[in-house]
Design a binder for this molecule. Structure first.
Ligand code: IMP
Length: 182
């Protein structure tokens, strides 16, 4: 089965392709920017992305994700891409100084098959590291340590990250759903 993943982020595409290959799904990459609506919830952003991508094929997958830090009221959350591009890893490390370092990644996958739609969330709880470590992955990977790990996501190889990440959890749900709806 073929599926079109719409995103500008090559890191996300590689992860999604790797996970869905386990479900015999071939992922095509449509590298284009979809509107990022100003919304407080990932689910609303994903709905808007599905609206915008709808005409690109009969089986479309989109995703929106972010890093949520409870001590900062959930920031950067839905603003994660913007915060990464502006204050970056160093800025986030400064903000959590002296605060609880608990954090979690969340992803919401949005799938459309013709007129039908599904939103599927995935979460990964963890904490913010004291300094960036590792060169794998993308975005905040070098400063995020998943619960039960000592290494950052940046220090995990792609297969290890795909065993526990928020995105892997959301995309595995997509894989399981595709087995049932075809
Ligand atoms: P968006 O989903 O395109 O709005 O971007 C989400 C942003 O959250 C990314 O640009 C990253 O900065 C961050 N992010 C989401 N998932 C991950 C991940 O798996 N690793 C590292 N950073 C992530």
């Amino acid at each position: 089965m073929d599926l079109t993943f719409v995103s500008t982020n090559v890191g996300k595409f590689r992860e999604v392709r790797g996970i869905l290959s386990e479900y015999d799904v071939r992922v095509r990459w449509s590298r284009r920017q979809l509107p990022e609506v100003q919304a407080g919830r990932l689910e609303s952003v994903v709905e808007a992305k599905l609206d915008a991508a709808h005409h690109l094929g009969s089986r479309i997958l989109v995703e929106d994700s972010g890093l949520f830090i409870p001590a900062l009221g959930g920031f950067p959350g839905v603003y994660s891409a913007y915060v990464f591009d502006t204050i970056g890893l160093a800025g986030v490390l400064r903000l959590v100084e002296g605060q609880s370092r608990r954090a979690r990644f969340r992803a919401v996958a949005g799938l459309s098959i013709g007129p039908r739609r599904w939103l599927m969330p995935g979460e990964c709880p963890g904490r913010i590291a004291h300094r960036p470590r590792g060169t794998h992955g993308f975005g905040f990977d070098p400063i995020f340590i998943a619960d039960g790990e000592t290494r950052t996501f940046g220090e995990l190889d792609p297969a290890e990250k795909n065993r526990r990440s928020h995105r892997a959890r959301a995309i595995r749900r997509v894989g399981r759903l595709l087995r049932t709806v075809g």
